[in-house]
Structures are given as structure tokens and as C-alpha cells.
Write a protein that binds this ligand. Structure first.
Ligand code: FES
Length: 170
């Protein structure tokens, strides 16, 4: 049993205080870990965060629609004529050079959601027409006619190699 003299020792008191705080901190961290860990996305959610697209399966001039996080994404294999026309044109409504909307000129990747009220535009030879209120987009996804206020959104995507992209990966 500690004597009164030992209990009055300030150094011993400081040590006991620090030891108590350290043990308490370890206990709190241990108790919090399962809670914090449960907030991490599951494997299923992580898998849906990206979509892999095999570009080799998309012929020149064709568009494939892929789903990414529950949304349609248009992947267009543009022809030389489309590329040339888009590089030489722009739009007054939301001006943006074609070169800033593509990573490689032959591939356009845009969200298939009209920037007016969110309808899915229909593909046309010259781009897209929105069936809801008549907005028109070109083959760079730039809005040519409203009421859509902005160009189709280019999502984050990355080339893994010449024939594969991953949408959702910066
Ligand atoms: S939702 Fe496309 S024009 Fe209105």
C-alpha cells in the first residue's frame, strides 16, 4: 500500500495521470475503429464508382452508351469528318474548344444527361437532340440550341491503354 509520502509525490502523480490518459486514448481509438471502418464504401460501391469501357468494341462513327453510377455516358468513336468539323467550330451558348473536351480527338466521352432538366438526349448524325424541350448538342457535346444552358458534362475518365478507358477515374 502506498504511503502518504508517495501519494504526495508530484512526479508520481504526473506519471499516473499521463498513463491514465494514454490508456484512455487507446481505448477510445479501439472503440471507434469499427464505427469509422463501417463508414468506408463497400466493395460493391467501389466497383460502381468506375466503369471500364472496351473501346475496341465501338466501330468508327458509332456511339455506345454505358452506365456509370446509374447514369448514361455516351462514348463516341468520332470519324475524321466529325473531328475536323468540331475542331473548326464552337458554340455561342457555352463556348469551349473541342480540344478541351476530349483526351484523344477520336473519342468523345460525355454524360448522357441534358443540362436543362436532365432528359437523355437522342443521338443524331450531327450530335444529339433532347426530346423534352428541343435542346441541340453537337458532336463535341456542346449546346447549339437551348433551353439547355450548358454543354453536356465530360466526366472524369482515364485511358488505361489505347483501347480501354475507366470512367470515374481522374
Ligand atoms: S431537358 Fe433537355 S431540353 Fe429540357
Amino acid at each position: 500500500m502506498a504511503s502518504d509520502k508517495e501519494l504526495d509525490n508530484p512526479e508520481r502523480r504526473d506519471f499516473l495521470g499521463a498513463a491514465t490518459v494514454a490508456v484512455g486514448a487507446v481505448g477510445v481509438a479501439g472503440a471507434c475503429y469499427p464505427f469509422i471502418s463501417s463508414m468506408n464504401p463497400s466493395k460493391d460501391v467501389k466497383a460502381q464508382a468506375t466503369s471500364t469501357v472496351d473501346l475496341a468494341s465501338i466501330p468508327v462513327g458509332k456511339t455506345h452508351t454505358v452506365e456509370w453510377q446509374g447514369k448514361p455516358v455516351f462514348v463516341v468513336h468520332r470519324t475524321d469528318e466529325m473531328i475536323s468539323a468540331m475542331q473548326q467550330s464552337n458554340t455561342d451558348l457555352d463556348p469551349e474548344p473541342d480540344s478541351e473536351r476530349v483526351k484523344q480527338p477520336q473519342w468523345l466521352v460525355v454524360l448522357g444527361i441534358c443540362t436543362h432538366l436532365g432528359c437523355v438526349p437522342n443521338r443524331t448524325e450531327k450530335g444529339w437532340n433532347c426530346p423534352c424541350h428541343g435542346s441541340v448538342y453537337d458532336n463535341s457535346g456542346r449546346v447549339l440550341r437551348g433551353p439547355a444552358p450548358r454543354n453536356l458534362i465530360v466526366p472524369h475518365y482515364a485511358f488505361v491503354d489505347e483501347r480501354t478507358i475507366i470512367i470515374g477515374k481522374a
